[in-house]
Design a protein around this ligand. Structure first.
Ligand code: NAP
Length: 250
C-alpha cells in the first residue's frame, strides 16, 4: 500500500534531476532531507517547511559517517535516494595518474558513497526492535550501466553498472526484512550534466537513436522515482526502471 507520510533522504538535490525529485516528493506532502556539495538550495525548496538542506561532500568518505548516522538517528528517513553523481572524462590516451584519479573520484562519489549510505540505512532499519516495514532505497544509475559509454567515460559506466549490482544484492537479501531497492537508469536528461555533451556534440547527438526528437526532461525521471518511493510495488524490488527516450528497449 502507498505511504502518505514518507520522510526521504535524497542526495544531490540542488539542481537537475535531484531538484525535481525533491519537488515531486514535497508535492506529495512528504518530508525531504536533501543534500548538495556546495550549491545553495533554490528558493523553491528553501521556502518549504518540510525541506531540510544539508551540505556534504560525498567524495570525502572518511567524514561521511558521523553526519549520516546523525541524520538517520534524528530524521529516521524511510526512503533513501542516491541521486548525486559526477560524469568526468579520462581519455585512454592520457597519463595513467590522471586517468586513475578520475577513476578513484568517480568510484568514490558514484559508487562507494552510495554503497556506504545504503549500508548505514540498512543497518539502521534492520537493527533489533526497529520494526521496519515499507522502507525503500532508490539508486539513480544510468543507461551507461547497460549499454556502456565511450572510452572516455568508462569509469562512469563502470560505477553505474556497480550501482545496479549493489541494488540487486540489497533487494535479494533485504526485501523480506522490510527494505526494498530499485535502480532507475536514465538516458540523456536535460540538466547541467548533459549540457556539456549537448554543447560539444549538439542536440542531435544526444537524441540520436531516440524514439523522440527532444531530450528527456528531469521532471519525468522525478515522477518515476517518486512513484517508486511510495512503496506501492514492493515485489518489483531489485529491478531497474529504464527511462531513456526509447534509445534502447529491454
Ligand atoms: P547535475 O545536474 O550535475 O547535479 C548533480 C547533483 O549532485 C548536484 O546537486 C550536486 O551538488 C551533487 N553532487 C555532485 N558531486 C557531489 C559530491 N562530491 N558530493 C555531494 N554532492 C555532489 O546531475 P544530474 O544530471 O541531475 O544527475 C543526477 C543523477 O542522475 C546522477 O547520478 C547522474 O549520474 C544520473 N544520470 C544523469 C543523466 C543525465 O543525462 N543528466 C543520465 C543518466 C544518469 P552541487 O550542486 O553542490 O554541485
Amino acid at each position: 500500500m502507498a505511504e502518505h507520510n514518507r520522510s526521504v533522504f535524497l542526495t544531490g538535490c540542488s539542481r537537475g534531476i535531484g531538484l525535481e525529485i525533491a519537488r515531486e516528493c514535497l508535492r506529495k506532502g512528504w518530508k525531504v532531507i536533501g543534500t548538495a556539495r556546495k550549491s545553495d538550495f533554490p528558493d523553491v525548496l528553501k521556502k518549504q517547511s518540510r525541506f531540510k538542506g544539508i551540505h556534504l561532500d560525498l567524495s570525502d568518505l572518511s567524514r561521511l559517517k558521523e553526519e549520516i548516522l546523525q541524520i538517520l538517528d534524528q530524521e529516521k528517513p524511510d526512503v533513501l535516494i542516491n541521486n548525486a553523481g559526477i560524469f568526468v572524462d579520462a581519455d585512454h590516451a592520457g597519463p595513467d595518474d590522471h586517468w586513475l584519479e578520475v577513476w578513484d573520484q568517480t568510484m568514490n562519489i558514484n559508487l562507494k558513497a552510495p554503497a556506504l549510505l545504503c549500508k548505514w540505512f540498512l543497518n539502521f532499519h534492520t537493527k533489533p526492535n526497529s520494526q521496519t516495514s515499507g522502507a525503500s532505497i532508490i539508486n539513480i544509475a544510468s543507461r551507461a550501466s547497460y549499454r556502456g559509454d565511450t572510452q572516455e567515460y568508462a569509469a562512469y559506466a563502470a560505477s553505474k553498472a556497480g550501482l545496479v549490482g549493489l541494488t540487486k544484492s540489497i533487494a535479494r537479501d533485504y526485501s523480506k526484512r522490510g527494505v526494498v531497492a530499485y535502480s532507475v537508469a536514465p538516458g540523456f536528461i536535460e540538466t547541467d550534466m548533459a549540457k556539456d555533451a549537448v554543447n560539444l556534440l549538439g542536440k542531435d547527438h544526444v537524441t540520436a537513436g531516440s524514439a523522440f526528437d527532444e531530450i528527456t526532461q528531469p521532471d519525468e525521471v522525478a515522477k518515476l522515482v517518486a512513484f517508486l518511493a511510495e512503496g506501492s510495488i514492493p515485489h518489483a524490488s531489485g529491478q531497474t526502471f529504464h527511462i531513456n527516450g526509447g534509445s534502447y528497449m529491454i
